[in-house]
Design a protein around this ligand. Structure first.
Ligand SMILES: Nc1ncnc2c1ncn2[C@@H]1O[C@H](COP(=O)(O)OP(=O)(O)O)[C@@H](O)[C@H]1O
Ligand SMILES: [Mg+2]
Length: 421
């Protein structure tokens, strides 16, 4: 359905672009051939925070430092099948957005080819040159910032892409109305059609952005971190709504995220990227169980993953068995008793207490501190629980030493489940 072949996109960071201050000065110096020492020209820029915890990467300028060019996308080839939700996953700055924007027609790659079905959207360096403009690619896009029009009502936000179509392609008013209302229905926004767009909640605004992307019935839906502005709970529920919706309407979709759990939970297949290159392409299970290299293993491994099984209900929560012990979780994920699930617990969602479990609350696991690493604004622990090693991230006032007996307490609201059947 979507084919990307040998895509390359470089940026000349010397022109300013995203680099500021010291980094830009340094790059300029390097471009002139002074002070070239090859220490990650891209040190600031978009890299740096790496919410995933694997640290920033920076795509680094070429080793001899001749010019401050970043290979944001460095020879990417993939095939996305009809109806798939295909994710690009990787740390900040690895080239996900640039790849997506190239498909959208918002970036002009240096070389490579992009095709959707029988239509070539972009080609350069393969004997012909072709670059279809954004508005003629027929793609739907949703980005991290909702990008809804605040001065418009919900209905008008969705109708807009149809209304601005050229005169001979614009549907008649009643057809526009029907199309808009049917998309709003699917998104459960029909009751809000006359409401001002800004008077919607964050989750509703993001559904509105999705409605607007879908109303033109695009051949391909492009999503760039569409959930990352939402709080954890809403993110998890929308994640599954998005997956259900994508499956219901069967639209081929490309999803960009730096969040391993999100990618595992949503995707048919995942491409893990680093420094503009593909590290591995596979199903969530393949990526998790058989990482192709150390980078993938470590990137996926920044959360605690446990193979669990649903064993019952406890009020509003599900009860699970895991190799670390029993667990209760609140989740919007549709599961049933007996289902195998991947239990994902982020290091910052576990708290440590001194001594043995009290038995007064669920999700207390007896453990022993294996190592401690001080990170300045946080402390990382490895805690042995049963036969598992759990990573725990605490604030720096929490002081335990190796061999201390502790209780690890897992917040039932912050456990993610990824169905694995
Ligand atoms: N317009 C630009 N000018 C200069 N460098 C850019 C530009 N856009 C992206 N880059 C660089 O390209 C690399 C990939 O960026 P991006 O595709 O945004 O990564 P991701 O979406 O994975 O975080 C980064 O090093 C980034 O700094
Ligand atoms: Mg990005």
């Amino acid at each position: 359905m979507l084919v990307i072949e040998d895509l390359v996109k470089t940026f000349n960071t010397d022109k300013g672009g995203r680099l500021r201050g010291a980094a830009r000065t340094r790059d300029r110096a390097r471009a002139k051939g002074t002070g070239a020492n090859g220490t990650g020209a891209n040190g600031t820029g978009a890299s740096g925070t790496g919410a995933s915890g694997t640290g920033a990467n920076g795509t680094g300028a070429n080793a001899n430092g001749a010019a401050a060019r970043v290979r944001a996308v460095d020879g990417v080839s993939i095939e996305v099948r009809e109806g798939e939700l295909f994710s690009f996953l990787g740390p900040s700055g690895c080239g996900k957005t640039t790849t997506l924007r190239s498909v959208a027609g918002l970036e002009r790659p240096d070389s490579g080819e992009i095709r959707v079905g029988d239509t070539t959207l972009f080609s350069k360096g393969k004997g012909r040159s072709l670059n279809i403009p954004v508005n003629r690619r027929g793609l739907g896009m949703v980005f991290q910032s909702y990008a809804i029009w605040p001065h418009m009502k919900v209905f008008d936000n969705v109708a807009f892409p149809l209304q601005v179509a050229s005169r001979n392609q614009r549907p008649p008013r009643n057809v526009i109305r029907d199309k808009v209302m049917s998309v709003l229905q699917v998104m459960e926004l029909a009751d809000f059609a006359d409401r001002q767009a800004t008077k919607l909640s964050g989750g509703q605004q993001q559904r509105l952005a999705l409605a607007r992307a879908l109303v033109t019935e695009p051949a391909l839906l492009l999503l760039d971190e569409p959930l990352s502005n939402l709080d954890a709970k809403l993110r998890e529920s929308l994640r599954f709504e998005l997956k259900r919706l994508q499956q219901d309407i069967g639209i081929t979709s490309i999803y960009v995220t730096h969040d391993q759990i999100e990618a595992l939970a949503l995707s048919s297949r995942i491409a893990v990227m680093k420094d503009g290159q593909l590290m591995q392409v596979g199903t969530p299970l393949e990526i998790y169980q058989r990482p192709a290299n150390k980078f993938v293993a470590e990137f996926i491994g920044t959360s605690n993953f446990l193979d669990g099984r649903i064993v019952g209900r406890a009020g509003e929560q599900w009860r699970l068995d895991t190799p670390a012990g029993p667990l209760q979780v609140s989740t919007g994920v549709p599961v049933r008793v007996g289902d195998p699930v991947l239990v994902a617990i982020r290091p910052e969602c576990v708290t440590l207490r001194a001594g043995a479990p009290t038995g007064r609350e669920p999700n207390e696991w007896a453990g022993e501190v294996v190592t401690r690493g001080f990170l300045g604004d946080s402390v990382d622990f490895v805690v042995r629980v049963a036969d598992e090693e759990l990573r725990v991230r605490s604030n720096p006032t929490v002081i335990f030493d190796a061999h201390d007996e502790v209780t690890a307490v897992v917040d039932p609201e912050r456990v993610s489940l990824v169905p694995m059947s």
